[in-house]
Design a protein around this ligand. Sequence first.
Ligand code: ADP
Ligand code: MG
Length: 405
Amino acid sequence: MDRRTLKDLDEAEVRGRRIFVRVDLNVPLNEDGSVADPGRIQGTLATLEALSKQGGRLVLVSHLGRPDGAPDPAYSLAPVARELSDLAGVPVPLLEGAPEDPGLRQAVDALGDGEMALLENVRFHPGETRNDPEFTRALAELADHFVSDAFGTAHRAHASTVGVPTIVRERGGRAVAGLLMARELRFLDRELQDPRRPFVAVLGGAKISGKIELIESILHRVDRLLVGGAMANTFLLALGLQVGRSLVEEDRVEVARELLERWGERIVLPVDCVVAPEVKEGAEVEVRRRDEIGAEDRVADVGPETVALFASELQAARTVVWNGPMGVFEVPPFDRGTRDVARALAEATDDGTVSIVGGGDSAAAAVASGLADRITHISSGGGAALELLAGKVLPGVDVLESSLD
Ligand code: ADP
Ligand code: MG
């Protein structure tokens, strides 16, 4: 179902009004407290600029980390406010205190048309993650309309993601998707309802458990599912092969066997793999056929024949969704398979394939490969992307106005 976006707001509705913008500025910080990766800040700039240009008074709300419902300087958004101010080229004051504090109310009321301020980490208040009614009411007092760009938090029913827009809508205000949110919904939901075929999914990463719903939902829709990472080890066991001392989930072998029985023709498993006695940087590696994995081997990446096989599937695909690295990509040389598959995906994209990467580590791997701008869409949400791909309704999306409203 399509959601209304800020493009559906009239300038007359926005100008001079307080727009509560739930953003996801949960960025990684360096040891010295500076922003290590401004990607999420950059991702939401277009939304802020559009609203500011229309004369909205922007009250930005985000969380950072998990500060346990109490103020904690280690999780302050102060460095994020500075970085945002630099990137947007406008002042972005950080407003501390509880939403009902008179000082905070005054600071919000003092915002001029087109100006913005960032509230301090909303998780400094225990009512946020509990979606507490009283806290929610106090927060909603700061809002005339609601815009969500916080895709990465949309799978959480918290005060600032679900409580506030509910109240805003009850009062007759608007609650719509920001530009980043709209783009995420387009690529992770709408385009995949009726994808151009062949539709190929690539799944990897550490575990099958936690991704069972994703695997099943994807298998119903795709023409091919390419499996790599440690996840593939469990499938290899299900085929009756040995995986030595590799990371594997013995208790999921039965599930893997059932999936192979039902969907065997769609599932493509590695034919060879990179093994080492220990998974450490610069380890001596060997390539093994999948039926020749030794008792002391650890499988830590897909092998070159598998990369070639996956690359040919990607070349034929018109739509590709990728979640989960092909190997232990954080530890070279085990990053090779992930990089090579990322390159194959970028090449397919150059030829017109729609390519979508979702998942925290997968997105990091795509960015680390230096190919990010040759991928159609890299999701800003980890868990939220996985839930959406698994066909779930995200509460922070469900609360927004739909085109049927
Ligand atoms: P995402 O965050 O993209 O959803 P996951 O969190 O499921 O991905 O998986 C990422 C992790 O999987 C990485 O830390 C990576 O090292 C690990 N991994 C991938 N392949 C293997 C393997 N063969 N053995 C052990 N760990 C692996
Ligand atoms: Mg992960």
